[in-house]
Design a protein around this ligand. Structure first.
Ligand code: ASP
Length: 339
């Protein structure tokens, strides 16, 4: 028997339809449990805690990430695993962020949610929740099996910082194009042991709660012009840019673009190159259209997702590292987020 803490942050999984407006609104977390009598059949000891004001995941920001990390941290020693119920819209961002905030994690923190509210007849919430609890409670020879931040949705457990929400309608809402699922649920739970993070059990866990959100995601598109980019690159408090480029990390080669990029990097802003493609990797220097970026000192995101790049940026910027160290650390996999 494992002790599991369910943390409700908000999202469809705990919402009901307002009969007057028809809009989905959050409701009391206790009602969530009364909607799933099946939970009593699980062999685990389940406790629950909820955000005081549950939020739609579109409203999540760094204060919520810290709030969530603290809820887990203060309960850490008392539980074997954690299941975070979260809106699916920004779940990949939050779960990636939490993976960077918990260094040397030795217990599972599994994010899940649903596309339909738990009370809906055709809901996907029950399977997602029940299997997430089972995975979080999984032990072999008395030892917790999963020791990382996962995201469970529609029969698959992914490494959270490898995921992206790819569908607003299908139950299979997430993808992890650059890393296979770490577990799959069928008749049996199939764990890919060779894919799991194996932390050094002697190292102490550190929870990083200082985050820096002076960043932006900039998605390039053919036709993006000087007037716009000049203003964006000159935002005074800007400290980091996740630059979504084409294909394997390619961008415009126009001199004005390269000059703007050079001036923003010279100002100390960290620029990370990630691909707009759902799969594959940035390889700077493969084409002439990315060789210039490499020479300017743009950081390679490799095969990182935009969601994980945002989390890694918010985490690393708070460490006040020099440009070279920042680049070296960013280009290194810290929590299994890149190959
Ligand atoms: N809008 C909701 C949210 O992300 C959708 C969901 O829960 O799936 O909070």
């Amino acid at each position: 028997m494992s002790k599991i803490l369910l943390v409700y942050t908000g999202g469809t999984i705990g919402m009901v339809k307002n009969p007057e407006t028809g809009a989905l609104e959050t409701f009391n977390f206790d009602e969530l449990l009364s909607n799933i009598p099946e939970l009593k059949l699980l062999e685990h000891d389940i406790s629950t805690v909820s955000f005081d004001d549950p939020v739609d995941s579109s409203d999540m920001d760094i204060t919520d990430y810290v709030k969530l990390a603290e809820l887990i941290e203060i309960n850490f020693e008392d539980y074997d695993g954690f299941v975070v119920l979260h809106g699916s819209d920004t779940m990949s961002y939050s779960a990636s962020m939490i993976s960077f905030m918990f260094e040397n994690l030795k217990k599972p923190i599994i994010f899940t949610g649903s596309q339909l509210p738990i009370g809906d007849l055709r809901t996907d919430a029950k399977e997602n929740l029940i299997t997430s609890i089972q995975l979080a409670g999984l032990k072999e020879q008395g030892e917790t099996v999963i020791k990382e931040v996962g995201l469970y949705f529609e029969y698959k457990l992914y490494r959270a910082n490898r995921t992206t929400k790819v569908n607003a309608e299908h139950f299979e809402a997430f993808a992890s194009s650059n890393f296979p699922p770490i577990a799959e649920s069928g008749v049996n739970l199939k764990i890919s042991y060779d894919k799991l993070i194996k932390p050094n059990l002697r190292k102490k866990m550190i929870v990083h709660k200082l985050l820096n959100d002076n960043i932006l995601i900039l998605k390039l598109f053919p036709g993006i012009n000087y007037k716009t980019l000049r203003y964006i690159f000159n935002i005074p408090h800007l400290e980091g840019i996740v630059l979504e480029t084409f294909g394997s990390g390619n961008a415009k080669t126009d001199p004005w673009f390269m000059e703007l990029l050079k001036s923003v990097i010279d100002r100390g802003v960290k620029v990370v190159n990630v691909t707009q493609c759902v799969g594959g990797s940035v390889i700077m220097g493969k084409y002439a259209t990315s060789a210039g970026l490499k020479n300017l000192g743009v950081i390679s995101g490799g095969d990182i997702t935009t969601e994980a790049a945002v989390g890694k940026m918010m985490y690393l910027l708070s460490k006040k590292l020099g440009p070279k160290v920042f680049k070296t650390i960013f280009e290194t996999s810290l929590r299994g987020e890149m190959n």
